[in-house]
Design a protein. Structure first.
Length: 297
């Protein structure tokens, strides 16, 4: 028991920075996990990655104006993410281009512009901090932002859950019955941007999407009920955060990649042993050939 305590609990009991990191990751999992589920349901999985990169110019402008100020970089990231999402939507509707193609064009431009802006003002260390984050360096201000966004996101999803589900599966029906397809979509995109901006300071712009999407993808292999999938995704995100932080502490590796790789391991395990459509279950459900009894005689 002593060995188990030293391995599992001691890092969080003995070190305040580990407790802060754990609370921040749990909040991110609760807030971002359900958002990832709806991105998967809407077949917009790569949109999270695109918007995650699109916030970089705003973060870079905040960094150029105020240094590593969390408030400035957060506000800049929200403005840039919303601007890219809005511009891609307007371009798609005005030109007939597919929304994913339009978003790809804007996010690639944003990513390059953001890296350029950071490199003009800061060092390579600053660039690495913005791209890959530093969950173990989360302070009180950062923790308040992450928990605040997670709380707001959870409450908002609870309010729009029903129209959001309808809009995911049948947007035409949602518009016909006045379920608010347009405004639900706009609110949802805003929540995507907010969660990614909240996650960037902890996991970086390149890693933030991992904690949003991988638990959601894994949860799809365990249930058909959307409410259950949302809960499973949040649970997987929290489990990945806890295990990833332990691995980073004991093995002495970067915490952000350790968390995302732990989520990847859960995703791969779900593909194999998931109770709804894992490979083993699908194989067991396949009709197997049985030799006729007459042939065996």
């Amino acid at each position: 028991m002593t060995g188990l305590y030293e391995f599992v609990a001691a890092p969080f009991v003995d070190f305040e920075f580990m407790r802060r990191a754990l609370v921040a990751c749990i909040a991110l999992g609760i807030g971002a996990g359900p958002i990832g589920v709806f991105l998967v349901l809407r077949r917009m999985s790569l949109m999270g990655d695109a918007i995650g990169h699109a916030v970089l110019p705003g973060v870079a402008v905040g960094f150029m104006l105020s240094g590593l100020s969390l408030l400035a970089m957060t506000l800049g990231g929200v403005v840039a993410g919303l601007a890219v999402a809005l511009l891609s939507g307007v371009t798609s509707r005005a030109t007939g281009m597919k929304e994913d193609a339009s978003l790809a064009g804007f996010y690639l431009t944003s990513l390059a512009l953001g890296v350029l802006l950071v490199s003009l003002r800061g060092s390579s260390i600053d660039l690495l901090h913005i791209l890959f984050g530093s969950i173990l360096a989360v302070d009180d201000q950062g923790l308040i932002v992450v928990v605040g966004v997670a709380t707001f996101s959870t409450l908002t999803v609870s309010v729009i859950f029903r129209p959001l589900v309808i809009e995911c599966f049948d947007p035409v029906f949602a518009r016909s019955v006045g379920a608010g397809g347009a405004w639900v979509h706009a609110i949802f995109l805003g929540l995507v941007v907010l969660n990614l901006v909240a996650a960037f300071q902890a996991l970086g712009t390149l890693m933030a999407v991992g904690l949003m999407m991988l638990p959601a993808l894994a949860a799809r292999f365990w249930s058909d009920d959307i409410s259950h999938i949302v809960l499973i995704a949040a649970g997987f995100a929290m489990l990945s955060s806890f295990a990833g932080l332990l691995i980073s502490y004991h093995v002495e590796v970067a915490s952000g990649p350790a968390i995302v790789l732990t989520a990847s391991a859960l995703y791969l395990a779900s593909i194999i042993v998931g109770s709804r459509s894992g490979l083993i279950v699908r194989w067991l459900r396949r009709p197997h050939y049985h030799e006729p009894e007459e042939a065996r005689r």
